[in-house]
Design a protein around this ligand. Structure first.
Ligand code: GLN
Length: 297
């Protein structure tokens, strides 16, 4: 069983260990006997969504965003818009998230056009205004829900071969005990934890659901208590960290979405996430006090 992840601008956009998200996905796949191949998609290269199961784009500073925004808009926008409607699972962090919206107005200079995948826009109020920096704890509002609105358009693409026995391979894989750890307790958690550092303030339109509600930290704009956005199977967030190692439920959610596009009904074998949840809980304990929404400006 194999999955392919497209990594957009991996050489330019990799703040606060964003690449760790891919390492986490690869390792969680490997523990289950699934090979996750990573394909770098850089400047000048086209996106071929049909060959992908997942897409990731990390964060970058204004200068790095300016280097690739034009390429993103000219060379990749059409393919990515089609991929969104087709239900390709995507994760975009911070600078990548901002460019998934309609536009990003950086601290200085002209605005950068966005992909328009998300109904949102982002404005940096200027270099003298305080940045949104710190640990974040979020209530994941869409936890456990899967947007199905793309399914009817996708159905015609799923061939009989794709619903074959490979799907059960993953379901049947025995739960490994990596690093000699014990059995997995069933956990259902709805918090997400991460680290944010952004000047841009993001404002959602009616076409974008927030990914979460800020318990502590700044989130989208330090004012309305929203964090990130979800449209179809695409997820945008300000959470670096990197995000997925400390949020195994989100990592597995993305992997499940990717698997089910090829193998409807497939489920992932559980893993022993004791260490991952300990890291998650440490942040929740320290920063997860309700009502601790900070205001940067
Ligand atoms: N350049 C953007 C900002 O400061 C994004 C930064 C980031 O990706 N961490 O708002």
């Amino acid at each position: 069983m194999k999955l392919v992840l497209g990594h957009l601008y991996g050489d330019l956009l990799n703040l606060y260990a964003d690449r760790g998200n891919i390492i986490a996905l690869q390792q969680r796949c490997a523990w289950r006997g699934v090979d996750l191949e990573v394909r770098q998609i850089g400047i000048g290269e086209a996106v071929r969504p049909d060959a992908l199961d997942l897409l990731f784009m990390g964060g970058g500073q204004d200068g790095d965003q300016r280097l690739m925004a034009d390429d993103l808009f000219r060379l990749k926008a059409d393919a990515l818009r089609g991929a969104l409607v087709d239900g390709l699972p995507m994760l975009a962090v911070c600078g990548g998230y901002q460019l998934f919206g309609e536009y990003y107005q950086p601290a200085e200079g002209p605005p950068l056009p966005g992909l328009g995948l998300f109904d949102l826009h982002t404005v940096h109020p200027g270099p003298r205004v305080r940045r949104c920096i710190g640990n974040v704890v979020v209530e994941w509002l869409t936890a456990g829900t899967v947007d199905q609105s793309h399914v009817s358009s996708r159905e015609s693409h799923v061939s009989a071969a794709e619903t074959g026995p490979g799907a059960r391979l993953v379901t049947r894989a025995p739960a490994p005990a990596p690093l000699g750890r014990g059995a997995t307790p069933p956990v259902r958690r709805t918090t997400l934890v991460g680290f944010e550092n952004h000047g841009g303030r993001t404002y959602l339109g009616p076409g974008a659901r927030p990914l979460g509600r800020v318990i502590s930290g700044h989130g989208n704009n330090a004012r309305d208590g929203t964090e990130g956005a979800v449209v179809h199977q695409a997820y945008g967030t300000y959470l670096h960290g990197s995000l997925l190692p400390k949020n195994p439920h989100l990592a597995d959610h993305l992997l499940t979405l990717a698997l089910r596009r090829r193998h409807p009904g497939a489920t992932l074998a559980p893993l022993d996430d004791t260490a991952e949840w300990r890291a998650h809980e440490a942040i929740v304990k320290r920063y997860g006090r309700r009502g601790a929404v900070r205001r940067a400006a």
